[in-house]
Design a protein around this ligand. Structure first.
Ligand code: SF4
Length: 403
């Protein structure tokens, strides 16, 4: 089994991937619309927002997907990355009420909960044998400040020093900094010293303040989202970033969102993974939302791969888009699939139907069946392990004849 390592900045990309890309693109025939974009990619030039519009409007989705797949293949070959993780959502009590959110509760609602530190550790106990990462995001609890999270993370790290803690979205960092009356930078420093390893990307939604005012009033502004991630990077903590699409935004807004993220990534090369996921509509939340079809999801994944040249990994977030579309997404530029997960609330309360509690074997098999090579990674994409697919052993029971 092959194992290899990488720096945080390189995050597992092939060293000569731009040269491989140039050679692969030169051997292809493209339509007149796509040819100038393929030429830019071959020359290592960044695509413009206008190029992104062309890709979104091009009628031949397969051609857009093929272009994205060539970029992915040049960078990561047939590898598709995954890790073994669990989602523990520490509380659903939240002082905000974002219009797309099916998860939050007010303190008085009967199904509101807030885990104590002991309960949080008990949740970890259930999965610790199988996981190398705990992913924790939750509501903005009115009584919790940075001290609470320092104690929580310290306790988790004391018991499980080898489990990587990826926790707290930008809006949670902002909330803790307000609660404790300290800067973003001080908040992050205290959490890092307690054992926080990296930040997830949640809370980006669409980085346009007019849209945010409608769909998530009171959340961090676009600039605050970027600044919190910037501060995390300055302290040596890598992070992911996301995009919630299919609410009320226009295509231009999605492309502006990607542009802001790639410019932030240029500064540190520590935005490691982009996770685009569609709003899952229902009749009660945001009735004016668009319906994200499979075509729309696959196109957005492909455009992300092509636009985000300074963010190495594009995730097929199967929790949200389901296993079937996630498998297809691997042919449209995604190189990462999340994850074994084990348990998850936020997407499932919003209507997701994807299977939980996958073992590494099932997830690796999904990757293999899609035609790729499963590679187990650590949280921050610095350690990689080619994954050998060995079906779990079944216990054969002998039938016993009873008289
Ligand atoms: S998305 Fe996050 S901040 Fe917004 S209401 Fe839900 S839990 Fe609260």
């Amino acid at each position: 089994m092959t194992e290899w390592s990488a720096s945080i900045q390189n995050a597992g990309s092939a060293a000569n991937w731009q040269e491989k890309l140039r050679i692969s693109l030169q051997g292809m025939q493209w339509s007149k619309v796509i040819e100038p974009i393929a030429d830019k990619l071959a020359n290592g030039d960044r695509l413009s927002i206008e190029d992104g519009m062309v890709l979104y409007n091009h009628s031949n989705l397969s051609e857009v997907g093929m272009l994205a797949n060539i970029v992915k293949h040049s960078r990561f070959d047939k590898n598709v990355f995954f890790n073994s993780n669990v989602h523990i959502n520490q509380t659903n009590i939240c002082v905000l009420a974002c219009r797309f959110c099916a998860f939050r509760r007010s303190k008085k609602q009967s199904d509101a909960y807030a885990l104590t530190i002991e309960e949080y550790i008990k949740e970890m106990d259930k999965f610790a044998e199988y996981i190398d990462e705990v992913h924790s995001v939750g509501g903005l609890h009115p009584d919790w400040d940075v001290e609470f999270y320092v104690s929580l993370i310290t306790a988790a790290k004391e018991k499980y020093p080898k489990i990587s803690i990826k926790a707290l979205t930008a809006v949670e960092i902002k909330h803790l900094s307000n609660q404790s009356n300290i800067t973003f930078s001080e908040t992050l420093e205290r959490l890092k010293n307690a054992g926080l390893d990296s930040l997830p990307g949640g809370g980006a939604e669409i980085l346009n303040d007019e849209i945010r005012e409608i769909i998530c009033k009171g959340k961090e502004s676009s600039e605050e989202y970027l600044e919190i991630h910037r501060q995390a990077h300055l302290q040596g903590m890598p992070s992911n970033c996301t995009m919630l699409f299919g609410t009320i935004e226009k295509i231009e807004d999605r492309l502006e969102h990607m542009d802001k993220l790639r410019k932030l990534a240029d500064e540190s090369l520590m935005l490691q993974c982009f996770v685009p996921y569609p709003f899952l509509p229902d009749s009660s939340r945001l009735p004016q939302a668009q319906l994200a079809t499979a075509n729309e999801i696959l196109r957005t994944i492909a455009v992300s791969r092509l636009m985000l040249d300074s963010i190495p990994h594009i995730k097929a977030y199967r929790m949200n888009i389901g296993d079937e579309v996630a498998e297809l997404a691997l042919h449209y530029g995604a190189d990462d699939i999340d994850g074994t997960v084990r348990q998850e609330s936020i997407m499932h309360l919003a209507g997701a139907k994807s299977s939980l509690n996958y073992g590494s074997y099932q997830l690796a098999k999904l990757v293999k069946d899609a035609g790729f090579s499963p590679v187990k990674r650590n949280t921050i994409y610095t350690m990689f392990n080619e994954f050998e697919i060995v079906p779990p052993k079944r216990v054969r029971r002998l039938s016993v004849i009873q008289n």
